[in-house]
Design a protein around this ligand. Structure first.
Ligand code: DON
Length: 304
């Protein structure tokens, strides 16, 4: 299997380099709008402990919404099922930053991966502590999961999003109006923007994703049942309004971010990270999705 993984991702990286139609980089966070769209990287780590990389694997990228997976694990670890009083578990059928659905549903976000749900999840992790402490816990979790202490927050990206975060401020204030925010909107959002600005390489992300790989044993960080449940949420909600299409094409639980990264899990077999900054209309990496579709097909990896 190992040789075929390496030759498969080598081919994919080579093909992706040549592609002209690469999607659009996220424009609403100026620091992300500056990223060169002609980049592509993919890393695979297996349950046996092997790692395979291809493409621009030494360049760090902004994890953005992929970090929602880590804060969800922390929030569930802290509050257990209490979190579900504040956030739902259903696909949204709306954009990741939709405001209209939150109003219709009385301030209870559909799931922990749309922005409103992730803001509530970060609010739960914050729990009255100083943002610095909560961020240390979040970054600490990612570092522990990846066993790599180099993973860090890109302050420029955090400030860039903060300066252009009107939509997320609207969501946070709306949550507060419905009594679904425990900390001041500025505090929760300051923490959320910094969490989203965690920067890592595909190798580091693939390694960090290993804690979701084994639903039989769980991991040092989460229990077996939580691994199963988090994978279920990633499959149904991890790509927002494109989750059905992603499940159809790739067939793996995964979480995307507007930095162009995707973390995908092959239960019991592998953790995969892919990155290409251009996005499709749902805000998910265009070439990243295509690469995963090809890899899953060629390796016959699917949860179905
Ligand atoms: O809150 C935001 O809009 C960004 N920090 C994260 C959104 C995101 O990554 C959506 N994913 N595809």
């Amino acid at each position: 299997m190992d040789q075929s993984i390496q030759s498969c991702i080598d081919h994919i990286a080579k093909d992706m380099r040549r592609r002209e139609d690469r999607g659009q980089v996220a424009a609403y966070i100026p620091e992300l709008a500056r990223v060169d769209p002609n980049q592509f990287a993919i890393s695979v780590t297996t349950a046996h402990g092997d790692c395979f990389d291809a493409g621009d694997v030494h360049t760090g990228f902004s994890a953005q919404s992929i970090t929602k997976v880590f804060t969800l694990a922390i929030a569930l670890g802290r509050s257990g099922d209490q979190l579900w009083h504040r956030v739902g578990k259903e696909p949204s059928g709306n954009a990741f930053n939709s405001i209209v659905q939150l109003e219709k549903e009385n301030g209870r976000p559909r799931n922990p991966f749309v922005n409103a749900g992730a803001i509530v999840t970060t609010d739960e992790v914050l729990a009255g502590r100083a943002p610095k402490q909560a961020l240390a816990e979040i970054v600490g979790f990612v570092r522990a999961a990846a066993e790599d202490s180099d993973i860090h927050i890109n302050e420029n990206v955090a400030q860039s999003e903060l300066a252009h975060g009107d939509r997320n401020f609207a969501l946070a204030h709306f949550l507060a109006a419905h009594d679904n925010l425990r900390n001041a909107p500025e505090m929760t959002l300051g923490t959320y923007f910094h969490q989203c600005a965690i920067e890592l390489t595909t190798r580091q992300l693939a390694l960090a994703g290993r804690f979701l790989m084994n639903a039989k044993t769980g991991s040092k960080l989460v229990s077996p049942s939580r691994v199963r449940r988090m994978n279920a949420l990633m499959l149904t909600c991890g790509h927002y309004d494109g989750s059905g299409d992603f499940a159809y094409r790739v067939g793996l639980p995964a979480k995307s971010g507007v930095g162009g990264g995707i973390l995908a899990i092959v239960p019991g077999i592998a953790s995969i990270a892919v990155w290409s900054p251009g996005l499709d209309r749902n805000g998910n990496s265009k070439l990243g999705t295509e690469a995963l579709e090809r890899l899953a097909h060629e390796m016959e990896w699917s949860v179905f």
